[in-house]
Design a protein around this ligand. Sequence first.
Ligand code: NAP
Length: 308
Amino acid sequence: VALLYAAETQGAAVLFEFLHRQDPSIEIRVWPDCGQDSEIEFVVVSGEAPTDLRRFVNLRGMQSTWAGVNALLNSRDLPPDVPLARMVADEMSNWMAEYVVYHVLDIIRGGSDLRSSQAECIWQQRTHLASKPAIGILGLGELGQDIARKLLGLNFDVSGWVRTKRQFEGISIYSGPGELPEFLGRNSIVVCLLPLTEHTRGILNAELFARMPRGSSIIHVGRGPQLMEGDLIKALDTGQLSRAVVDVFAQEPLPEHHPFWSHPKITVTPHVAAISRAGMGAALILENYHRAIAGRELLHQVDRTSGY
Ligand code: NAP
């Protein structure tokens, strides 16, 4: 039995040390030194598989070091019947929540105007908003829930949009396409934390922006192809939206001449909201390795039908 590590290698020694300390019997191989293909029973991968994983005929489980598995699922190199788990880690949730809370606060305190004023040596005071804006989170999964809890702790009115209706204390929940318009109508900051699936591709479009109160803002940290980039520029230029913070793009790295770079109402960040780090989620990787070898369901196993 061998575990093949075929994910990001910078800093991976921390993970190998952890696995070795916890279970010295695990034999770790690092891509591309696989040894005998038939000996590989568990594989750790990142965004895309570096090889056709169907060659490992005895594979029993796959662990992604990324939370979003859309690229992996779209690859034909993935054995269809081998369970795949996605990354869920406190560290990742903390980074994502920090990013979102930081940008929410920057939007409501007018950070962009303050920076422009300073650049021109203008002493321009701003009054505070009379009430805190309502914040809506598209996708209230592992990451969205943590953000919601932190925003609730700052006394924001928080709501979430999910696929399957359920209850969360202190959060108004909306579900399915039928309840999306009501959700959008009540929020003046919308955060996108949806996985990329056939239902969420292109979801941030002119129609969605038009349903938000005039002058609203969006923070997009899901996946690039969810955003219709031209629609966003139009919504900002007409004043339907007032600000956008965008971390993920249809093409990454964002091309040098892309209009987002210089748009005065857009904050661009280079897909850094919650970057995966080798060694992150080591306990989950170990647990899922044991589960896979024992033929048990993996933790945070991806539902191949729903695509997340
Ligand atoms: P998750 O736990 O799987 O949660 C996904 C949420 O989206 C769930 O609440 C799910 O609803 C909802 N959802 C999915 N499809 C939907 C649909 N068609 N309509 C309404 N709601 C839908 O995922 P996560 O760990 O929170 O991660 C979310 C995404 O964040 C990842 O897939 C990845 O793309 C992105 N991400 C970005 C970065 C970055 O650095 N920018 C880092 C990490 C992750 P249910 O609860 O009803 O299932």
